[in-house]
Design a protein around this ligand. Structure first.
Ligand SMILES: O=C(O)COP(=O)(O)O
Length: 228
């Protein structure tokens, strides 16, 4: 039986898009670069802030100017991380229900570790046991290292764990770690994209996760996801 759920943060538990875009555009303005639309930023998110800024600056921007832009972004975002950021509808009851049913819950994100911990503390308090972000020396998703360290901290094993996320990075992280990935259609990429990337199942509302996890054991779950 599944007893552990590892969640992605941006686009899965929290809608962070507007705050991320505000941070990107603040930095671009400081550099006199053209701003990016919300839709563009949505596509740029997923591989951490360095990639986010590399994708946002104009093509051909030097490494030095990209780093300056990154610095402006970090400066701004660290104090504006929670202006418009909110949990998606149904996430808070889902986490409460998972806790009540005895599931162990972790969060693994490619955003700054401090931002991940602050946001999880603020919104999910004791419903999330382990929350990890981008830390120096630990490869970011889709490398599986962050999954292994979270499982160790939770005292969990791969065979009883699922990963839940909204992007290709999450699908690949899960599979690189040997876990099934349940995609969420409400995030930054959508159902069709996640199915194409190989998500084992895609859900359209947080409450669907609970049904999936509690109604079937792991081998049956693997069969049942194909029918979704
Ligand atoms: O900051 C990012 O690039 C993505 O963050 P996430 O891993 O929580 O989706």
């Amino acid at each position: 039986m599944i007893d552990t759920v590892l969640f992605d943060l941006d686009g899965t538990l929290l809608n962070t898009l507007e705050d991320i875009a505000a941070g990107v555009n603040h930095a671009l303005r400081k550099m006199n670069f053209p701003e990016r639309s919300l839709e563009e930023v949505r596509q740029f998110v997923g591989n951490g802030v360095i990639m986010l800024i590399k994708r946002a600056v104009p093509a051909g921007t030097s490494e030095e100017l990209t780093n300056t832009c990154l610095m402006y972004n970090k400066e701004y975002y660290s104090s504006h991380v929670n202006e418009k950021t909110r949990p998606y509808e149904g996430i808070l009851p889902l986490l409460k229900a998972l806790k009540a049913k005895g599931f162990k819950v972790g969060v693994i994100s490619n955003k700054y570790d401090s931002a991940v911990k602050d946001l999880c503390r603020l919104y999910f308090s004791d419903d999330v046991t382990v929350a990890v972000g981008n830390r120096t020396g630990v490869p970011t998703k889709p490398a599986p290292d962050c999954v292994y360290s979270a499982l160790e901290e939770l005292g969990s094993v791969k065979s009883q764990t699922v990963f839940v996320g909204d992007s290709d990075v999450d699908v690949h992280t899960a599979h690189n770690a040997g876990l099934p990935c349940i995609g969420v259609s409400w995030g930054f990429r959508g159902r069709t994209f996640l199915e194409k990337e190989g998500a084992d199942a895609v859900i359209d509302a947080p409450s669907e996760l609970l049904t999936l996890l509690t109604s079937v054991s792991m081998p049956k779950y693997k069969e049942s996801v194909k029918r979704l």
